[in-house]
Design a protein around this ligand. Structure first.
Ligand SMILES: Cc1cc2nc3c(=O)[nH]c(=O)nc-3n(C[C@H](O)[C@H](O)[C@H](O)COP(=O)(O)O)c2cc1C
Length: 174
């Protein structure tokens, strides 16, 4: 069983990347095979529905998603949605998402955008029959300071999300 943690923020001082790292650590400590993919490093081309599909970075991303049974997406909330980078990843990699288990950890500015992840969740569920883990993490700027998670409860919720994704992926694989 292979797991993938995707950090979608392109901000060098990202809060959602801290959530991604905490989730990755939890899964690695539990002995899971888990890969960390940072969209800052993947440098994907913008999806044009054409030549971008043949780009080297697209091939790399497609291989990562294809290999994974369970995927945790850690994303910023931008304009009441996941950020454009992760939507671009999904546009580029399409059918690689078929039947994956997917969970979300979101970093937002405030509390009002709580349901922002539903657009991406719906699209993954309806387009690619992903199993969406109903537990998701939603964090705000008050949960972080000095590039660290300061809310202990948030750390526990992130760990719980990571374990739940691993559990769903294990059960569905068997
Ligand atoms: C372009 C942009 C749009 C944003 N839109 C929202 C929003 O709709 N709701 C919200 O709560 N915060 C919003 N924010 C605040 C971010 O969600 C917040 O800064 C978060 O920490 C970003 O995640 P990151 O630190 O992992 O990059 C926005 C920030 C930017 C730069």
């Amino acid at each position: 069983m292979q797991l993938l943690v995707i950090s979608a923020s392109l901000n060098p001082a990202s809060n959602s990347r801290l959530l991604a790292r905490a989730a990755h650590q939890t899964l690695a400590d539990a002995g899971h095979a888990v890969t960390f993919a940072d969209l800052r490093e993947l440098a994907l081309p913008p999806c044009d529905g054409s030549s971008a599909y043949a780009h080297e970075s697209t091939a790399k991303a497609r291989a990562l998603v294809t290999a994974a049974d369970g995927i945790l997406i850690a994303t910023p909330v931008y304009n009441y949605d996941a950020n454009a980078s992760v939507k671009n990843l999904v546009e580029l990699t399409g059918r690689a998402w078929d039947n994956k288990v997917v969970g979300f950890a979101c970093a937002a500015g405030g509390t009002s955008s709580y349901m922002s992840i539903m657009g991406l969740a719906n699209s993954l569920m309806l387009d690619f029959r992903c199993t969406i883990v109903p537990r998701f993490v939603y964090a705000t700027e008050t949960d972080f300071a000095d590039e660290a998670i300061t809310n202990r409860d948030l750390v526990q919720r992130t760990q719980e999300l990571a374990r739940t994704i691993a559990h769903y992926a294990t059960v569905l694989k068997t």
